[in-house]
Write a protein that binds this ligand. Structure first.
Ligand SMILES: C[S@@+](CC[C@H](N)C(=O)[O-])C[C@H]1O[C@@H](n2cnc3c(N)ncnc32)[C@H](O)[C@@H]1O
Length: 251
């Protein structure tokens, strides 16, 4: 495991139990933004089935989401109404436990939503055995929400995740636009700073990464209308970021 991976694992283990409560407003804002752009994402979704009595009908065509670096499950929660299965993967066992606890609390069967501990981005172990079964391939969509700026090698990440998609499947990331500073408003370092490897990504950079991974079909990068604020009242830190979503299809 690289030093950065280990730093991320331990930081996010510590942050896991309070992530949802601290950032609840921001999480909901991003979920709303994702849902607003459901058609733009361009997957052949199942109809919104949240009010459907037949919600779990086995006859529905499968639409499967890979939520990589899933954390507590922001992306899964955003897209769950339009897919038949969400599979989360994260390197932090604290995050995986939070994700699975909330699935259980909502009474959702694990066959429809669950998270696994794992890392697909280890340069020395490209295909970890725990993630090599067919249930971890052939996704209709793979998304990384606010994870790319923590990865050692974004180009490698896109390639590894593209391998998990079916042909025509959609790769999407939600992340920060380029930004210069990384500190709280009081000038002190933000506690997550040590886990960050990239200070945001421009349209051109992301396009290159997507094309290099073979997921550049119909590439689009949109900036979410309003800035997103991440405020940790307990620690007295607040940062504002412009957030983008980018999507491309596997060719
Ligand atoms: C800012 S959190 C975002 C969580 C969630 N996607 C969201 O949008 O709320 C970043 C997540 O990336 C995970 N992460 C960092 N490096 C990773 C890697 N190499 N593989 C899988 N997950 C990773 C962390 O454990 C953490 O849960």
């Amino acid at each position: 495991m690289s030093d950065n991976t280990e730093t991320n694992r331990s930081h996010w283990n510590e942050a896991a139990s309070t992530y949802n409560s601290k950032f609840s407003k921001t999480i909901q804002q991003i979920i709303n933004e994702i849902q607003k752009r459901k058609d733009w994402i361009g997957v052949d979704w199942v109809e919104d089935n949240s009010d459907d009595e037949d919600e779990f009908s086995p006859s529905k065509k499968p639409v499967r989401l890979l939520d990589y670096a899933c954390g507590t499950g922001l992306v899964s929660r955003g897209l769950a109404p339009y897919v038949t299965q969400c599979v989360g993967i994260d390197i932090s066992e604290g995050m995986v436990n939070e994700y699975n606890a909330s699935v259980q609390n909502q009474g959702i069967p694990t066959s429809e939503m669950y998270a696994m501990l794992g890392n697909l981005l280890d340069a020395s172990n490209p295909n970890p055995t725990t993630l090599s079964g067919p249930e971890f391939y052939d996704f209709d969509i793979a998304v990384v929400g606010l994870g790319f700026h923590h990865f050692d090698d974004p180009a490698l990440a896109a390639k590894r995740l593209a391998e998990r998609l079916k042909k025509g499947g959609v790769f999407m990331i939600v992340d920060f636009m380029p930004h210069a500073h990384f500190h709280g408003h009081d000038g002190h370092d933000h506690p997550a700073k040590k886990t960050v490897t990239h200070m945001g990504f421009s349209d051109e950079e992301v396009k290159k990464v997507f094309e290099g991974a073979g997921v550049g079909g119909g590439f689009e990068y949109v900036v979410l209308g309003k800035g997103v604020v991440f405020e940790d009242k307990e620690k007295g830190t607040k940062m504002e970021r412009s957030v983008f979503m980018a999507r491309g299809s596997k060719l």
